[in-house]
Design a protein around this ligand. Structure first.
Ligand SMILES: Cc1ncc(COP(=O)(O)O)c(C=O)c1O
Length: 300
C-alpha cells in the first residue's frame, strides 16, 4: 500500500518521483563534444515538463481543460493579442484561420469559392492547402533568394478584382517584409494571415512600433510540433485581436457553434448566445451547440 494520506499528497509524491526519474534516466549529463551530434531541432525538456505532463495524466481529463485554458490565456498575453485558441496542429491552425475568413458574417470581405488569395510559390504545403480545399484560387508569387520570403515587388502584379487575402509564412524564422505586405493589404482592403509556425518569438518593427511576428496580420498561426520553438507534441494556435474573427475561429474550431462559452469573452463580444440561446450556425436555437455546455451545464 502506498504511503500517502490523500490525493494531493499522492500527486506530489508521484511528481517528485518523476523528477528523480528525469535526473536519473533522461537528463543529458555529457557536455557537447566537437564531432558529436547536433539536432537542428528537437524537443527540449526537463523535469518540470515531465512533472506537468504527469499532472495532466493524473487528471485524466483527455480533452482541453485547465492546462489548455491557462496556455491560451498566457500565450495571448505573451505574444500580445486579445484572443488565442489552441488546435491540434499548425496545419489545423492554418485551416481554421483561412476558414474563419469564409464566414458570411464578414459581409463583402467574406472569401468565396473562386476568390483569389496571394501566397508564395515556395513555401510550406499547408499554408496553401486550405485555399485549394475551399475552392479559392492561390495566386503564387515568387520568393527572393536567399531569404526564401515573398518578393514584395511582385505583389501589385498579383492583384486582381478577385483578390481577398494574402496568406504567407515567415520562412524558417526570417520575417517577410511585413511593412510592405501590411501596407499592400491595407491599401487594397485585403486580409493578411501570417503563418507564424516557423517564426514564433521573432520581433518586427514598423515606424518605431515593435511587435511579435504573427500579430501584424489579421490572424496569426503557430505550430507546436517538436521541431518548432515550443512543443506540445502535436498542437497549434490561432490568434487575433479582432472580436469577430475570434468568434468565427471558435465556431470553425468547435463544430460550428455560435456561442462563446466563457463569461469574460461573452462580455467582450456583442451578440453572443448564452446557455438557452446557444445556436449552431443557422440551426434552431437551443440545439446543443457547444461541448462545454453539455459537459458542464451553466458554463455556456
Ligand atoms: C510554415 C509552416 N506552416 C505550417 C506548418 C504545419 O504545422 P504542423 O506540423 O503542426 O501541422 C509547418 C510545420 O512545420 C510550417 O513550417
Amino acid at each position: 500500500m502506498a504511503d500517502w494520506k490523500n490525493e494531493a499528497e499522492a500527486r506530489e509524491q508521484i511528481k517528485q518521483l518523476v523528477a528523480e526519474y528525469y535526473h536519473d534516466f533522461k537528463e543529458k549529463k555529457e557536455p557537447f563534444k566537437p564531432g558529436g551530434r547536433i539536432s537542428y531541432a528537437s524537443r527540449v525538456f526537463d523535469e518540470k515538463e515531465m512533472q506537468a505532463l504527469t499532472d495532466a495524466t493524473l487528471d485524466f481529463w483527455l480533452t482541453t481543460g485547465r492546462f489548455a485554458d491557462r496556455f491560451e490565456k498566457d500565450f495571448a498575453a505573451w505574444i500580445g493579442v486579445k484572443y488565442a485558441h489552441l488546435v491540434n496542429s499548425g496545419s489545423s491552425a492554418n485551416l481554421i484561420a483561412f476558414m474563419a475568413l469564409t464566414a458570411p458574417e464578414l459581409g463583402k470581405r467574406q472569401i468565396l469559392p473562386g476568390d483569389e488569395v496571394i501566397t508564395v510559390a515556395c513555401g510550406f504545403p499547408t499554408t496553401v492547402t486550405p485555399i485549394l480545399n475551399y475552392g479559392a484560387v492561390p495566386v503564387f508569387v515568387d520568393v527572393t533568394v536567399p531569404q526564401y520570403n515573398l518578393d514584395v515587388t511582385k505583389l501589385e502584379g498579383a492583384l486582381s478584382e478577385k483578390t481577398k487575402a494574402v496568406m504567407i509564412a515567415h520562412t524558417l524564422g526570417n520575417p517577410f517584409d511585413i511593412k510592405a505586405v501590411r501596407a499592400f493589404c491595407d491599401a487594397h482592403g485585403l486580409w493578411l494571415i501570417e503563418d507564424n509556425c516557423d517564426a514564433l518569438g521573432s520581433k518586427y518593427t514598423i515606424d518605431g512600433v515593435t511587435k511579435f511576428t504573427g500579430t501584424w496580420g489579421d490572424i496569426g498561426t503557430s505550430s507546436f510540433y517538436p521541431p518548432h520553438h515550443m512543443t506540445m507534441g502535436e498542437g497549434g494556435a490561432v490568434y487575433t485581436n479582432d472580436p469577430l474573427l475570434h468568434r468565427m475561429i471558435l465556431s470553425f474550431r468547435d463544430w460550428g457553434r455560435a456561442c462563446v462559452c466563457r463569461l469574460r469573452a461573452a462580455q467582450e463580444v456583442p451578440g453572443l448566445h448564452r446557455k438557452k440561446k446557444a445556436q449552431l450556425g443557422q440551426a434552431q436555437k437551443g440545439f446543443r451547440a457547444c461541448r462545454r455546455q453539455a459537459d458542464t451545464p451553466g458554463t455556456c
